[in-house]
Design a protein around this ligand. Structure first.
Ligand code: HEM
Length: 176
């Protein structure tokens, strides 16, 4: 997985839980306490290590994995992506528009360098403000996807109703 995910997780944890907790996350996985992913944003980082790392974080922060996903989703959508990938926000006015743009965004980032295998999405329009979305990725991080939708809501001050219909699908009812 692209190191940009790791670096955003690093910034998320440092901003909410402090640098010491971040160092603990690193050392518990055998990485040096002073390590930073800042210089590895476009690197492809080993999948197994990445997933183990993410799954290990809640035990260090003493919280649930869902909480880590929610923290990450909010930080990514409200702070990290607007700073690093602001071009993708241009002309986008609400959560629904960004959700519909995600396939093209991920396609674009995957093209920049080989090795990225970002998630793909299928959409079925149920009504003008309701979408059934299916998440396609071998990483099974659909709960992270849903936390990112919540992060978009924070950014756009929207309130999307999320109804999970399976391990990789949900009905999203948009407020805008
Ligand atoms: C400007 C906005 C965004 C950019 C530039 C972006 C870019 C990326 C990149 C580079 C990865 C790593 C892919 C890889 O290494 O294979 C990724 C992963 C991911 N992205 Fe995004 N992303 C954006 C917004 C979002 C949003 C808003 C959502 C969901 C609502 C989302 C859902 C995901 C998920 C769930 C993953 C984890 C990988 C997986 O499930 O396979 N992304 N994204």
């Amino acid at each position: 997985m692209r190191g940009t995910i790791h670096y955003c997780l690093e910034e998320t944890i440092i901003s909410k839980y402090g640098k010491e907790k971040w160092s603990e996350c690193l050392t518990s996985m055998g990485l040096p306490a002073s390590h930073s992913f800042a210089s590895q944003i476009i690197d492809d980082i080993d999948e197994d290590l990445t997933l183990k790392f993410i799954l290990n974080v809640p035990s260090i922060l003493n919280c649930t994995l869902q909480q880590v996903f929610d923290d990450f989703g909010e930080y990514w959508c409200c702070i990290y992506a607007p700073k690093l990938y602001n071009m993708f926000y241009v002309g986008v006015e609400n959560t629904k528009q960004m959700v519909l743009k995600l396939s093209s965004i991920h396609h674009t980032v995957a093209k920049v360098r080989q090795g990225a295998t970002p998630p793909q999405f299928n959409y079925k329009e149920i009504s003008s403000n309701e979408l059934e979305i299916s998440y396609i990725s071998e990483r099974n991080l659909f709960d992270l996807y849903l936390s990112l939708v919540k992060g978009l809501d924070k950014y756009f001050s929207n309130e999307t109703k999320i109804e999970k219909t399976s391990d990789n699908s949900a009905i999203l009812t948009f407020s805008h």
